[in-house]
Design a protein around this ligand. Sequence first.
Ligand SMILES: C[S@@+](CC[C@H](N)C(=O)[O-])C[C@H]1O[C@@H](n2cnc3c(N)ncnc32)[C@H](O)[C@@H]1O
Length: 230
Amino acid sequence: MKVDEIIPWGRTFDEYQRIFALSDTDLAGRILGCGDGPASFNAEATAAGYAVTSCDPICAFSAAEIGRRVTDCYETVLSQVKAARDGFVWTEFRDPDHLGQCRLTAMKGFLADFDRGRGEGRYVTAALPSLPFVDDQFDLALVSHLLFLYSDHLDADFHLAAVAELLRVAKEVRVFPLLTLSRQRSPYLDAVRDACDAKGLVVEVCRVPYEFQRGGNEMLRIARAAVGGV
Ligand SMILES: C[S@@+](CC[C@H](N)C(=O)[O-])C[C@H]1O[C@@H](n2cnc3c(N)ncnc32)[C@H](O)[C@@H]1O
């Protein structure tokens, strides 16, 4: 991957908490954020005392390189949001410019934490469907805005292999959203559910208290055993 192939755009701890309906018990565990990119989830979670590891191919680049890419891509991403404005729910964010400022704040939080976090092993260069972690290294793996969303770019086999790999390294996996970029339910959701059902895993679609992409307010939760609600 080259730095000019990435479009950095990241969310906050507060957004992750709602996206994945994270309880205090969830947050007390060992968490993997897979495909966290320039989200400030890890930086903010670490500051709050939680144990979060993030992995993403962009961790191969320096903070300066990622920062330059954030600046270079910002107007393009914002103009795409403006062009598709009706596809989003504008309650939390007043308008695209407000969204952009919030995303920039999140990404600055990530960049300020990146060198230290990489030194501490909290930011790891890795790409699904193969992760450099041992079996059961994490209690919970979170995948925000990667699987299902990019169904036009990542095929069914990729989704199945990615979920199997996440379930190797974590006892439970949560994926959000279930919609594609064009706001259709991912064509791979049923295949992933069926594969997990066949393995005797607990699989459920859960409504969550977060909706920005219109209609995108559900996550997929896959666990090895029933562990109460989320
Ligand atoms: C749209 S961003 C989402 C960032 C963050 N999860 C969030 O929700 O704010 C998608 C991220 O997935 C990462 N990514 C792309 N391919 C990946 C792969 N095969 N494995 C893990 N991460 C990947 C990208 O580098 C990017 O940071």
